[in-house]
Design a protein around this ligand. Structure first.
Ligand code: SF4
Ligand code: SF4
Length: 153
């Protein structure tokens, strides 16, 4: 019995001293993600600040988890949000249901939504996991690199 314990301890010590560490000190350290990592969504804008999204709901239709809600409205004179006839008045994603498949990105005809390598998306409440349009829309006029997740950190 004692011999088995000593043998097991020896295996543990040997691995602790000779094996390469596979864990990191998160969040101080972060792993580099692959170039095609898909996490948090971002709704993009055109260079002039207009929203790319035209409220067509194709992303919602393509979503296998049914976690996207789009409510479109007409652009009007003096209240134009997108170049098209319509824009997304409401755009929400339930991140608790999202499986990060990227089908929404693939389905979008105007490249308005993109999944970026931003993986720190934990929240303290379920309600906070309903991402609203304000949360998803790219800041304007000065988007920060981290807003788009280009740091790949
Ligand atoms: S990544 Fe997939 S599951 Fe998530 S919102 Fe897009 S289509 Fe739906
Ligand atoms: S993100 Fe793209 S697919 Fe979804 S409603 Fe907007 S324009 Fe349509």
């Amino acid at each position: 019995m004692i011999g088995e314990l000593i043998k097991g301890l020896g295996v543990t010590i040997k691995h602790a001293l000779t094996s390469k560490r596979v864990t990191i000190e998160y969040p101080e350290q972060k792993r580099t993600l692959g170039p095609r990592a898909r996490w948090r969504h971002v709704l993009l804008r055109h260079e002039d600040g207009l929203e790319r999204c035209i409220g067509c709901s194709l992303c919602a239709g393509a979503c296998p988890a049914r976690c996207i809600l789009v409510e479109a409205a007409e652009n009007r004179e003096g209240a134009r949000y997108s170049p098209g006839e319509r824009y997304a008045k409401v755009y929400e994603i339930n991140m608790l249901r999202c499986i990060f498949c990227g089908y929404c990105q693939d389905a979008c005809p105007v490249e308005a939504i993109i999944l970026r390598p931003i993986y720190e998306i934990s929240e303290y409440t379920r309600d906070a996991e309903i991402y609203t349009k304000d949360m998803l829309l790219m800041p304007y006029p000065n988007p920060q690199t981290e807003d788009l997740g280009n740091t790949n950190a």
